[in-house]
Design a protein around this ligand. Sequence first.
Ligand code: ZN
Length: 192
Amino acid sequence: MADEEEKQSGLLIPKVFYHSDTKTPMTNCIDCDYDLMLGDRYYMIEKVYKRYEALDSVQVLFEYAICNQCYDKMKEGLSVESMFTLSNYMLNNTDLEGMQKRIEENPRDAKKWLTHCMIKGTEVSDMNEFQIGACFKGNELVTDFMPPFVIGGAAMEEITELLSKETKDEMDGFMDDHFGIPPELRKDLILI
Ligand SMILES: [Zn+2]
């Protein structure tokens, strides 16, 4: 019982979700600048990585935190068809068993849950591009809706192909507004 309770609560933001420059938690929503540390709104963090073989390093291409209100607003802007296709794809392709197993093996170490693509099962060390994401509230990790996840480049490409043109345009707009990233690079990010 005590074990069970401990497992369910109190995991702080894993350092892997800290801002890569400041090495501190991301404190504000990228869209409305809401103070996420107030702890009264759920928020999502996504980070996109790229491996540079020549430099022998993995670098963060972009990273952001978005509050649930802005996240919902953004999702409302996506086409119903794309949302349906996307959730269907996730439902049918996510390796839930693998995710579950990694969590059970290291219930207190969320970094160890992020070792494989949740769709393809590919190891992070074998991928040139991948993104990670998770849900938080205040300074705590929230796993009720979705545990922290990794999506690799191959799965990202598959998902992009499934999205409608208007959804891609919407995502392009988001990236351009917040990062000044041109549409041709937007393929690196899927907003889950
Ligand atoms: Zn916001």
